[in-house]
Design a protein around this ligand. Structure first.
Ligand code: KGT
Length: 281
């Protein structure tokens, strides 16, 4: 990263109605653009949340198809209209398994093209004590590959929601040069209230990266409740922008000079003695 980059995290309250969700996402992306964002992160499940598995399979898209489906067309139109990057979700992508989708973050360039994608690796198969039983692996096929992309000159490591609990993923992203990490999420209210900020700030501090976390907020179909608190954390671990209740947009600037200053003054990334980064040294 040579120049400062303005980034936005979008907070949504997505439901099971694709058209309605895309309409709201469109307004929120426009708001982010109006506030100067060059890169916009949409939350996990921005296009579809909480419907049944059959419906998710129906809205899932083949992102390599010649013609874009509704989600891909929406992303292409909005990226080109505003001339910005969209790091989109968690969206349902068709997988080789006809009964499951990939939970995929699509990286959409200002040209409208999907230039990279990350498929969520860690599946949320958990009972968190909120009366809900989460079995993500029943409807989602996990990905295998960590992904770092360059957008607007910034190297960005991709992750989704539950991935946040697996620091080894972020170590890998940092060893591939990440300067910012994104965490589109639908964190539950039950876990989010105790873990969300702690984990985001820990990832920012140990990775010495900006962290851009775009979350779902509120009540969704099937009584699912999410925590919200979308935020942007700087590489020192300070929360520099945070969403309030409801849908909205938070904006912050990634500053390459500040990033360099943090990494130079506290060179913990150069002091690693375990794992891939230390082997290189
Ligand atoms: O439930 C829904 O419909 C939406 N949620 C999701 O799509 C995903 C997979 S089920 N949620 C998480 O990964 C939450 C992780 C989390 O909350 C934690 O790690 O504590």
């Amino acid at each position: 990263m040579r120049e400062p980059v303005v980034v936005a995290a979008v907070q949504m309250n997505s439901q099971a109605d694709l058209a309605e969700n895309l309409g709201r996402a469109e307004r929120l992306v426009a708001e982010a653009a109006a506030r100067g964002a060059q890169i916009v992160v949409l939350p996990e499940n921005f296009a579809f949340m909480g419907g049944d598995d059959d419906e998710r399979l129906r809205v899932a898209e083949d992102l390599d198809a010649h013609e874009g489906g509704r989600i891909r067309s929406f992303l292409a139109e909005n990226a080109t209209k505003h001339g910005l990057w969209i790091l989109a979700g968690g969206l349902p992508e068709r997988s080789p398994d006809p009964k499951r989708v990939h939970n995929t973050c699509a990286v959409v360039a200002p040209s409208g093209e999907i230039v990279a994608r990350y498929r969520k690796i860690h599946m949320f198969d958990v009972e968190v004590g909120d009366g809900q039983r989460y079995r993500e692996s029943a409807s989602c096929m996990p990905g295998e590959q960590p992904v770092v992309v360059e957008a607007r000159g910034a190297r960005i490591g991709l992750s989704i929601c539950y991935d946040l609990r697996f620091p080894e993923l972020y170590r890998e992203l940092v060893s591939r040069g990440a300067e910012a990490l994104i965490v589109p999420a639908a964190f539950t209210l039950a876990t989010g209230k105790d873990h969300w900020h702690v984990l985001l700030r820990a990832r920012a501090i140990e990775s010495q990266c900006y962290v851009i976390a775009a979350a779902q907020w509120g009540i969704h179909p099937k009584g699912r409740r999410t925590y919200g608190k979308s935020c942007i954390v700087d590489p020192w671990g300070e929360v520099v922008a945070q969403a309030s209740e409801g849908e909205g947009v938070v904006v912050a600037t990634l500053d390459p000079r500040y990033l360099e200053q943090v990494r130079a003054s506290l060179p913990s990334l150069q002091h690693q003695r375990i794992g891939a980064a230390s082997r290189k040294a």
